[in-house]
Design a protein around this ligand. Structure first.
Ligand SMILES: Nc1nc2c(ncn2[C@@H]2O[C@H](COP(=O)(O)OP(=O)(O)OP(=O)(O)O)[C@@H](O)[C@H]2O)c(=O)[nH]1
Length: 709
């Protein structure tokens, strides 16, 4: 059965439409008291209100059943099917930051404005209570209800979106009151807290920092400045994590602060990688010891501190002896393990306040602080030497090295860290050259001779560039015929002022610095054409021996000259004999073996120099084709005077060489007696001052043409 419809009464609708500007102006004044509306442009405020009033006026024009009217009074009827003006209003106000109360207040103001103007419009008081007014109120209630419903739907959606956003991050996000009680926690924080987050305080996820967080929260609330901090907490799984947190005040419109918002980020990985970067920059990755950079910083710091106390500081420079051989014999991995064990042994010898550092391949330094008596340093150094010389057990193998140690003392020897390091290095060098496995104190003499050595290195480099080196040739005589049959090329260094520098004054330095490679190559480049010229002179191939230093065989530095050597030697073959020491043949490394094989393929002959004073293992004579043995001059020198054993050695070498099909050359022959003895012992060749010292090619050619030395 159809309900009776109310006849439309359009008086208020008409009134609203006719008086809209006045109603809005009235409402406007009222609305201005709403805090959130204060900063909004007047038109936007009015547009919303005008829209709602228009919708209400339209509604009032519609016929209504009694139940529709009742529903409206409770806000349960919908004005239209599509989104109503009121719903749009609610959504808009939510997004404009209005509170629900503000939104309700707007409707109250609208209602009051219409009613006030309606009353002022001179209508009869009785008429005020008529259906129009009731319908108007019902409509406004319905609109208010729709607006609020839309407002809360929008609010829920926005909250959900924010919650999703905040929960998608692994960072902890929170809103807390000033005492740290949680008002909101995102999922990451809620998971850490376990039980509902609202039952917790922020510090509950990190109880050890409750006091710090409490202080920070109050400071932020008071100062309104953003607070920052770091805390470290042990999580439920027992792992320790570092969090960096931010706290920001939520400032109310009246300027007060009841809540704070913030995030806390787990920076444990960042911290770990920062620590790793720091370790890489300051620590040696193999041994874990401070590296050169940190060592320098500590030394500078310790030197400054020592200057403020009455204590001395001692600096030790330790270089392992024979470490290269460990690498060569057992492999680089064993070398690495040895360095690690050395580091541990060194560390175990010193106090926690001292520094052990690895500053290079097999070089370590030790800073000893607060040295009251130098005797203590010496005791410690002896202990270190003993520790390094004690066999190492690496992967089931026994490996042995030793150490050479230089010691310098601050302030006695120097005040600057740079000078101290140089002193200790120079003193180590002295210990090494005095026979290794020992220590040496720095002295001014050491500095002087180190400077002299540096000067020689410098001058030698220049000598090579300025062609100050010369090659002299010493005749090698056939003892049976007394004829010159070969020569040994020997390098000389004549300074521009005419002074001659003897080989023993620069060959050692050249070997240490790798310059020997260049020198050997240069000598060869002179000897090869000389051998050709002398051959033309005599009408038969003439052989010159050149020395090839062990460093020249082993050093990688001079690799570039090796190919140049071979280019020359491939052309001349047996006109060149290469003199090498036993040590070269004992070196089992592939690099040396390869070089010897290349020389042999070129047809070059080999002389073992200084035979009898080195390892004399002789096993290599079986493996490697040698052409000549050179009896060291030390045997020749005293064979007829002080040491008859030298004769026995010489006889033995000659007999053995001949049985192996090798020829023997005696060097350092100075007397007729020595020559005659060697001849009757069966020695094949000899060289020495008795025949001629090394001389220029011109003089040598004259000797050769004269037919005898
Ligand atoms: N296994 C290994 N070897 C290294 C490392 N750093 C440098 N070396 C090697 O260490 C050696 C150091 O050279 P030297 O000090 O001349 O060798 P040494 O045999 O101890 O010589 P002396 O000091 O004269 O006794 C070189 O052969 C380098 O290649 C490393 O980290 N691991």
């Amino acid at each position: 059965m159809n309900e009776p419809l109310h006849k439309p009464e359009a008086r208020i609708a008409r009134f609203i439409r006719t008086n809209l500007p006045a109603i809005l102006q009235h409402w406007d004044e009222f609305a201005r008291t709403i805090p959130a509306a204060r900063h909004m442009p007047a038109e936007r405020l009015r547009d919303h209100a005008a829209g709602i009033l228009a919708a209400i006026a339209d509604d009032l024009d519609q016929p209504q059943s009694a139940s529709e009217q009742a529903d409206k009074a409770r806000g349960h009827a919908k004005l239209h099917q599509a989104d109503t003006q009121a719903e749009l209003h609610g959504t808009g106000r939510m997004n404009d930051g209005f509170s629900a109360n503000d939104t309700v207040a707007e409707f109250r103001a609208l209602r009051a404005s219409v009613m006030r103007l309606w009353a002022d419009a001179d209508h009869a008081a009785a008429e005020l209570a008529n259906d129009d007014l009731i319908r108007f109120n019902e409509s406004i209630d319905q609109a208010l209800s729709e607006s609020l419903q839309a407002y809360f739907i929008e609010k829920d959606e926005v909250t959900h979106r924010f919650d999703t956003l905040l929960s998608s991050t692994p960072d902890l996000q929170y809103i807390v009151d000033v005492d740290g009680n949680i008002l909101y926690a995102n999922q990451a924080l809620a998971r850490l807290l376990g039980t509902p987050a609202s039952e917790h305080r922020l510090a509950d996820f990190c109880p050890g920092y409750a006091a710090q967080l409490g202080r920070d929260l109050h400071a932020v609330a008071e100062t309104r400045a953003t607070g920052r901090g770091e805390l470290e907490c042990i999580l439920a799984d027992g792992t320790t994590h570092t969090y960096r947190y931010i706290l920001m005040p939520v400032i109310n419109q009246d300027g007060t602060v009841d809540a704070l918002t913030g995030t806390a980020r787990n920076i444990s990985e960042l911290k770990a990688s920062e620590a790793q970067i720091l370790r890489n920059a300051y620590y040696d990755s193999l041994t874990g010891l401070p590296n050169r950079i940190l060592f320098r910083e500590r030394l500078e710091h310790d030197v400054r501190r020592a200057a403020r106390t009455e204590f001395a500081l001692a600096l030790l420079f330790i270089d392992l002896d024979g470490f290269k051989e460990v690498n060569d014999r057992f492999g680089h991995d064993t070398g690495d393990l040895l360095l690690q064990q050395c580091a541990q042994r060194l560390q175990a010898c010193v106090r926690a306040t001292d520094t052990v550092a690895r500053i290079g391949g097999d070089e370590f330094t030790v800073i000893l602080n607060e040295v009251s008596r130098i005797a203590f340093v010496e005791v410690l150094v002896c202990q270190i030497l003993a520790e390094l010389a004690r066999p190492f057990s690496i992967a089931g193998k026994e490996v042995r090295v030793s150490g050479s140690i230089g010691i310098t003392v601050c302030p006695q020897d120097a005040h600057q860290s740079e000078d101290l390091l140089r002193n200790a290095d120079q003193a180590m060098f002295v210990a090494k050259h005095a026979g290794r496995n020992r220590f040496s104190y720095f002295t001014p003499d050491i500095r002087d001779s180190a400077w002299a050595r540096l000067r020689v290195i410098d001058e030698l480099r220049q000598a090579l560039a300025r062609c100050e080196l010369q090659v002299h040739y010493q005749p090698i005589v056939d003892l049976a015929s007394n004829a010159i049959v070969k020569a040994e090329a020997l390098v000389r260094w004549r300074r521009p002022d005419g002074t001659l520098v003897l080989p023993q004054q620069f060959i050692g330095v050249a070997e240490e610095t790798g310059l020997i490679g260049e020198i050997d190559a240069w000598v060869l480049s002179q000897a090869v054409p000389c051998a050709m010229r002398l051959g033309e002179l005599t009408g038969a191939p003439f052989q010159i021996s050149v020395n090839k230093s062990p460093a020249g065989f082993m050093s990688r530095l001079i690799g570039h000259t090796w190919d140049e050597d071979m280019a020359l030697l491939d052309r001349v073959g047996a006109r060149i004999a290469v003199e090498i020491t036993e040590g070269v043949l004992l070196d089992d490394s592939p690099g040396v073996r390869d070089k010897l094989a290349r020389l042999q393929r070129a047809g070059v002959q080999f002389t073992i120099d200084d035979f009898g004073i080195g390892y004399s293992s002789m096993a290599y004579l079986n493996k490697f084709k040698v052409d000549f043995l050179k009896i060291d001059q030390s045997f020749v020198k005293d064979m007829l005077t002080t040491n008859p054993n030298s004769q026995i050695f010489a006889e033995t070498i000659i007999a053995m060489a001949h049985r192996l099909g090798l020829k023997v050359i005696a060097e350092g022959v100075e007397t007729v007696g020595q020559r005659d003895w060697l001849r009757q012992a069966g020695c094949d060749y000899a060289q020495g001052f008795l025949f001629s010292p090394a001389t220029t090619e011109e003089r040598f050619a004259q000797l050769l043409q004269a037919g005898a030395a």
